[in-house]
Design a protein around this ligand. Structure first.
Ligand SMILES: N[C@@H](CCC(=O)N[C@@H](CS)C(=O)NCC(=O)O)C(=O)O
Length: 216
């Protein structure tokens, strides 16, 4: 595989998943940041969906973060999935389960009123409760082996920690399994280094710019 190029938006959690995986696998890669508010023509010509992440590899274009992850995992063994096919399928299902939680975070950032925010939190809490119940292993999702599922949820925990730090909003309160998992993930080198230095400042600016209830 030639050196891949990842097209990124600095606060996109889906791109962050690709970055974590690339770092976990010590894959040398280039990264190009675009502004999704004004996507450049070259990006629109490249990306069938207009969304990031896009991975360029060997002159070809890959899109959809889950597909990018599967590809990178397959061509850079050993796999970060469990070996057992049933366990692997279960992990993939739980990876899929986490995706709406990213949408919830985005909606929360954009919620103008406290009530709109409360509705989003109510929904997100149900999903977090479900995840908390099935996260019985320690330290990682599958026990001792760090896996794709851990990567999949790490950007979410980073955003929940951000909400707690800046807005005193703790969605992991009394969710001991998830809190322990989050602490472990957010201390891991590949995850610490998966965002730009100005990550929190950009989020704070966007929340303010959206006139979110969070900023009031
Ligand atoms: N299902 C996609 C979601 C990617 C996605 O929603 N990316 C956002 C940024 S975080 C985006 O590019 N949005 C631009 C748009 O919707 O036009 C994936 O997993 O790659």
């Amino acid at each position: 595989m030639a050196k891949p190029r990842l097209i990124s938006f600095k606060i996109c959690p889906f791109v962050q998943r690709s970055v974590i995986l690339l770092k976990e696998k010590n894959i040398d890669f280039d990264i190009a940041y675009i502004n999704l508010d004004e996507p450049p023509e070259w990006f629109l010509a490249l990306s069938p969906t207009g969304k990031v992440p896009v991975l360029e590899v060997d002159g070809k274009v890959l899109f959809e973060s889950a597909i990018i992850s599967e590809y990178l995992d397959e061509v850079n063994p050993p796999s970060l999935h469990p070996a057992d096919p049933l366990e692997k399928a279960q992990n993939r299902a739980w990876m899929e389960f986490t995706s709406p939680l990213y949408m919830a975070f985005f909606k929360l950032m954009m919620s103008k009123t406290k009530q709109a925010g409360a509705d989003v939190i109510l929904d997100a809490n149900k999903q977090l409760a479900t995840l908390d119940k099935i996260k019985v292993n320690a330290p990682w999702f599958n026990g001792d082996d760090f896996s794709m599922m851990d990567i999949s949820v790490a950007p979410l925990f980073m955003r929940l920690a951000f909400l707690k730090k800046h807005y005193n909003l703790d969605l992991l309160d009394e969710r001991e399994n998830l809190q322990a998992w989050s602490d472990k993930l957010l201390a891991r080198e590949s995850i610490v280094n998966s965002v730009v230095d100005e990550f929190e400042d950009i989020l704070l600016m966007r929340i303010k710019g959206a006139e979110s209830f969070l900023a009031s």
